[in-house]
Design a protein around this ligand. Sequence first.
Ligand code: ADP
Length: 795
Amino acid sequence: MRERSNGKKGRNANRRERKPAERETVVAVVAEGEADGLQFSHSGGEGAVALSGSPEPYRSLVESFAQGALSLREDGTITYANGSFADTARLPLDRALGARLQSFLVPSDRPLFEAILDGREAVDREFTLLAADGLRRPIRIALRPLPQGGFAAAVSDLSEEAAIALFARQALEGRPMEQLVDEAARMIAGTLEVDLSVVLELAEGDTVVLAGAEGMAADDKGLRVELAADPHARHTLSAGEAIAVVDYTASGLFAVPSWAARHGVNAGLTAPVLGNGRPYGVIGAYCRRSRAFSRNDTRFIQTIANILAQAIKRKHAENDLRRSEEYYRSLIENVSEVISVLEPSGKLLFSSGSLEAVLGRRAETTRGLNVLEQHHPDHVERVRAAYSRALAAPGRPISLESRVRHEDGNWRDVEIVLQATTSLSGAPVLVSTMRDITERKRVEQERALLASIVESSDEAISSRDLEGRVTSWNPGAERLFGYPAAEMIGRPFGVMALPQDEMQANFKIVIETGRPQRFETRIARKDGTALDIATILSPLRDSNGNIAGAVLVTRDISERQLAQQALELAKTNAELEQFAYVASHDLKEPLRMIGGFANLLKRRLEQNPDDHEAMEFIGYILDGAQRSQELIDALLDYATLAPGSEEFEQVDVGIVVGEALAALEPGLVAADARVIRDPLPVVRGDRTLLAQLFQNLIGNAIKFRSPERPLEIRLSARRDDSRWVLGVGDNGIGIEPGHTDRIFNMFERLHNRKQFPGRGMGLAICRKAVERLGGKIWVESELERGSIFYFILPA
Ligand code: ADP
């Protein structure tokens, strides 16, 4: 039978490995006869005490010994034996009493044992026991002569002890768990000489798994069994102690475990493998025939179970330790900080892998390096001082900033936290945590620089959050607007007398589109004075790139405005100069003529009162006076041209043009003119100025028409962004190139009055009107083909 022979092999293996078991402190304690003495021996020596009074406590002590305890007469006759000896010898206790101990030894051992008895010496050696079941088992007998005669003897079952010692050693060696489980099953089968042995591991859901087995087919391993189907194991687990069943069928205590039934099992001994709270499982030994398991058997199986439990516990602890070690290692290796352990001198004992990321060095290459040498020369002394301070107060963290050399030769700014502690060997060490702050430093410096620029800037710089509340307000803003920062920060739109809708409209565009906006406006300072400003609003983004508000840079453009005004003044001056010129030349000319003819007339009338030529002269005088009058009217027209008004209104150009055409109707009819007009817009402007403009231009088109073709007037309108470009075109005589600018000056004419009547003021008035309306005027013309007068008006 394969199963049986396996068991044998296990047992033989044990015997080969046999070694003296660990000495128990008390090797033998024997109660002699009616027990008046106690002999003991321990690792420190031997001794005996006389018992006075009741021996009962000692007897019960001895009874419960796991070892066999005997007292012998001089000839080896057993006068006392405890239960363990009876177990080892496989015989009832009463059959031992009165028999000689040597009769239980194999015949070959008997002469030696008797010689030892005769010698009355303390002996400790191995013999072979011939048990009542016919099997031989190795035993150790510790024999001590008692002072009052006779001997005390301690008998240990070496097969069990050896098995336990071997298993304990295997467990201590840290063998893999499955191997230990298999070994436990094998030891039990071999030593207890049972047919079947198993290690049942408690699994989830009230089941056990057959983790190790001896005497069964290999593929039985891994079998999962409901605890309900193995009441013996279940009870063992809940009781927490070994339970023997001599005969499952006869005792009716527990049913045969379901998994064991097909192996024909009839008796079983189980022991719990106890864990720290929840048991790990059950070890069981089973026989096909009924079997009365001895106390020794129980003790043995429980000892194996306990060793296994210890091994499991240790494995768990090791796993926990390894896991926590891995955890801390991964913490150390994965943080961006470099964690190092240094000797007080600065010599590097350990550095975490993050060193490579921070300083470009592999941690392994730096062991033994002196860290102090890696610091910037300017910082070394400070770092050394920090070491001393840290070492003087172990456990207290000291932080400092320094610069250390990167593998690429550059210096990196670092922040270091030092803490002194004690190494495993008891030597003082420094634990240093180093973080690269180069980038942070750079950002800080940049920020400081920006802040100082903003602080010292003459321009008013402020920022607003998404709700429009002021979040910053630099001194430039304080100066420009007159509001101190304390009054503005946290305040919403509307606190300042800005044109709010303009501000809000621009702000909204910036927030929504992220595109910077610029606008110019006039505001009131805190003190009420007016200020012309240009403001650029730019989006303010948070670190994620989302728009978080806007930055406003505002500039005082009053000066520019002044420059603009100066420019306009210069223009006015130029106009005045032109006016003076005109007054001195053009106005003088008819006046001179008046003066000349008046003198001639005076002389004639003095000499010859009936002179007919005199009438002619008077005609000239009247003409001159008339012309002067006209010139002065024209000048007045020009000078009193409706002043540029800030209160422009919406003017329908179509209506204005209609009125101008109606006023010029006779001329148009006379010229047989055809008027072509685009749809004309509504513009912001002044009705009178526009009327003057169109009347002059259409009037000129009629006046300067070509005699060769019927007049055609084209009124055009084209939208260009926020402006209108209006045109008055004709197919008249056209203008010579080179004169297209001049004709807009006062009294400039290209023809004499005989060819075309006129005073040369029409276009000057047009230019002035257009400028008042905020636009400009020009002409495009081709001689003999026609002209188009264009002017731009804001929509
Ligand atoms: P006036 O019409 O009184 O001469 P304007 O200032 O209106 O004065 O015009 C100045 C000059 O520009 C005109 O004398 C004429 O030579 C020229 N001019 C103006 N309009 C036209 C036109 N539509 N076609 C040709 N020449 C023109």
